[in-house]
Design a protein around this ligand. Sequence first.
Ligand code: NAD
Length: 266
Amino acid sequence: MKIGIVGCAGRMGRMLVQAVHATPGAELAGGTEAAHSDAIGEDPAMLAGLPGSGLKIISDARALFEASDAVVDFTVPVATVAHAALAAETGTALIPGTTGFSQEEQALIEKAAGSAAIVQAANYSVGVNVLLGLTAQAAEMLGPEFDIEILEMHHRHKVDAPSGTALALGEAAAAGRGVDLNQVSDRVRDGQTGERTVGNIGFATLRGGMVVGDHSVIFASDDERIEISHKAADRGLFAKGAIRAALWTKDQPPGLYSMRNVLGFD
Ligand code: NAD
């Protein structure tokens, strides 16, 4: 399959180019960058530390969508929303790994899934997708006497908080309890907060160094505590999962899919 990488000079973009190179059945269709990027005109493969591909990084996303069977997008929300519209227009599959969408932006991605296969995941690792399933199961089994707190840590360059994965874990816990996360989410605690609200799901965010991505879900009652944790060791993990998702879209009808569909968990 021909796979295009938008934002191919970014931290994840370079990993994605490497993952395409390392995956049998995947071929790099090309890469784009923001119009003002210094990387325009460079070879996306060489930028990722690979032998030259003869391709040049362009800023014309439409041309890349037309040349690709699937496009992988780890950029910024405003760019990903524009790319989702291009996926819908061209029928090209899209793997949007970007996090930090507003509800309106997320609705536009869901609308595009009416015309193209889209595999969206806050996290493309197998381990985190198992953690999501375990979190929903534990929340259902443990009941409301257990407080649920979600803790995440990422590198100092991350721009959105809490992480998309932390929010997905919150959604999984809320689904396990049969509640709406928007009604029970406790995102910020500072100063005289009063006692913890029964039934709320709390989030704590840490940032520092080069941490690739740590997540813990803590279930705490009066007598005991359960903690389920995942630590990503190398961001290549997300890139490999995203390319696996891109290959999976071959012959899939339009629709919004998750990594759980790709991994066969559902
Ligand atoms: P980064 O800043 O290193 O890279 C983003 C790249 O996108 C930059 O090179 C930027 O120039 C480019 N870009 C911006 N606008 C563009 C446009 N219109 N067209 C083409 N390129 C454009 O960031 P990063 O660390 O690689 O992370 C990118 C996103 O991926 C973040 O939202 C992050 O949270 C998310 N992420 C998701 C997962 C996952 O598994 N879902 C894993 C890691 C990171």
